[in-house]
Design a protein around this ligand. Sequence first.
Ligand code: TRP
Ligand code: SF4
Length: 405
Amino acid sequence: MNLPLSSSRVLSGMRPTGRLHLGHYHGVLKNWVELQHRHECFFFVADWHALTTHYDDPSLIPASIWEMVIDWLAAGVDSESATLFIQSLVPEHAELHLLLSMITPLGWLERVPSYKDQQEKLKEKDLATYGFLGYPLLQSADILIYRASQVPVGEDQVAHVELTREVARRFNHIYGREPDFEERAEGASKKMGKKAVKQFNQLRRAYQEQGDDQALETGRELLEVQQNISVEERERLLGYLEGSGRLILTEPQPLLTNAPKMPGLDGRKMSKSYQNTIALRENPADVENRLKRMPTDPNRVRRTDPGDPQKCPVWQFHQVYSDDAVKAWVQEGCRSAGIGCLDCKGPIIESVLSELKPMQQRAVEFEAQPELVRRIVKEGSEKAGNVARETMQEVRQAMSLRSFE
Ligand code: TRP
Ligand code: SF4
């Protein structure tokens, strides 16, 4: 089977943490919903990753998985557009993780910033485990097994994507050198048609002999639009272009969202551990009450005291939800004490409620059909498994495994 252009495949995962909140929606899910229409997308529940920190009490993970998937669907992630699956239903991830562990220097893992950070942060847990050290490498396997070229993640995960790139490069370097590589690459190039072959060879020389980066870029683009070559041939030609071996695993790029940070009800980042969240399925009356009770500029004690939006968590909500006209109204009204804090919160309450409404309606539908949700995930996992198995065949072959098959 020919895969679609690898440049367009997107993969991302989330650890199952139970019901999601507006921070997840603005930071991640909204982005997924947009991406699913423009790219081939794989989104998965990283349940093995949850075990690396919750190995001592995994009993809550299953419920968290289903709550989270319902929230994905409620937020508009669409199983017709994207493939939704559960990591542990595609055990090939574990096989790739194991094989990658053979070539990954310990230092690379020890140097990943989240390793020490999380150990510090979760002091009550013993995270001096083999599994926890391997957390980012398991993530690399998640990404590489789909040959994803783009990985939407938050800032905190960029180092993991960077590690993934290094691991892919090392893998290709070690296992991409076939003895008859050049002849095979030449053979593959012939499939592109005379004109393209000529252009490819010129670009290849310009890059390898003169270090022309633009030629490398153009060469990659040329390969991407070729319809007549298989994935394997494309890998070989990419490697040939760059002067390396075959590029079996694809180096991914992190895809950062530029959405403004979602504040919590207390002005700190919205996070379950601060108990300052608005859950996607929170009852509208509660949402309204909690927004009304939300703290404001501490200097605005009386209605007649002027305030400073810069010192007020409500202002951060306006940055997420309000247009310029409303923002100007807040700035003016707050500083002149022309508006009260409840007035100021009015448009926010309205925006949050109308944003949640369609999600909550969809959530109710999915909650009523647990069989449907299970089927979506089961079918998604089968689809993901097919792609993963294809990559594993190449990986095994490259590592001289199962040569008798
Ligand atoms: N580590 C990610 C997080 O904590 C979850 C994750 C696991 C992931 N595997 C992934 C994200 C692969 C992107 C790609 O959010
Ligand atoms: Fe905050 Fe608005 Fe009150 Fe000013 S008027 S303190 S910005 S809630």
